[in-house]
Design a protein around this ligand. Structure first.
Ligand SMILES: [Zn+2]
Length: 139
């Protein structure tokens, strides 16, 4: 992202753009998604701008998840959904559209039209071990 990218989520944090705020902590802000997939669809963001996960302090990432869990619990009580999805798109190929990290908390209801589709196929053990090794070496 270029330096003059006007981040819509930073505008919300800064109070220049309106949002229906669900919860606020020192480091996170949770607000209603303007284009909700289902009733109660909420975004949880770090207040400090981070375009993607690689830019986000892992401790703040932990608090983002914590706040997502709190919103999920509130949604369970208030809206009685049948389930809840957490979705975080990191990068354009993953479907990220606003380049400020955000965790979607999406209450799910039997019969809703939300679909996460992935064609998956069984890998052989050698391939699994090879990719596992690549990850292990970096952790
Ligand atoms: Zn931002």
């Amino acid at each position: 992202m270029s330096e003059d990218y006007e981040c819509p989520f930073c505008s919300i944090v800064g109070g220049e753009a309106r949002a229906s705020v669900v919860a606020e902590t020192d480091e996170t802000l949770a607000f209603a998604d303007l284009n909700p997939a289902t009733e109660g669809h909420t975004l949880v963001i770090p207040k400090r701008h981070a375009a993607g996960l690689a830019d986000l302090d892992p401790a703040v990432g932990g608090r983002l998840f914590e706040e997502g869990m709190a919103v999920a619990a509130a949604a369970r009580e208030a809206l009685d959904p049948d389930g809840i999805n957490f979705v975080l798109a990191d990068g354009e190929a993953a479907g990220q559209e606003v380049f400020h990290v955000h965790l979607h908390v999406v209450p799910r209801y039997e019969g809703d039209d939300v679909r996460f589709v992935a064609e998956q196929s069984r890998a052989d053990r050698e391939a699994l071990d090879a990719v596992t090794e690549q990850l292990r070496e970096r952790l």
